[in-house]
Design a protein around this ligand. Structure first.
Ligand SMILES: [Zn+2]
Length: 90
């Protein structure tokens, strides 16, 4: 008899690490200063020629958006997805 996997839905629930919160740094929205975020996804269209499949597919890339203004902090954007800027113009 096959043993069915019961833990298939075991999504990563954010590991319970013993971290003291007062040793952590707050992270706020670079746009509005809000300190709560929601999970969001970048979606990249993957050409069928890259995956050798019959049709294009979507590649979801998890990120966080500000819960208030939906701004995505620069550090949440994967390096290859950042807008091309010549130098870091501050
Ligand atoms: Zn914001």
């Amino acid at each position: 008899m096959d043993t069915k996997l019961k833990n298939q839905n075991n999504m990563e629930q954010g590991q319970q690490l013993n971290i003291q919160l007062d040793k952590t740094l707050p992270l706020v929205c670079e746009n509005c200063g809000n300190d709560t975020f929601q999970e969001a996804l970048f979606l990249r269209k993957v050409s069928k020629f890259l995956t050798a499949s019959t049709k294009d597919s979507l590649l979801p890339i998890p990120t966080f958006v500000c819960a208030r203004c939906h701004y995505v902090n620069n550090e949440f954007i994967p390096e290859p997805l950042k807008p091309q800027t010549e130098e870091n113009a501050n």
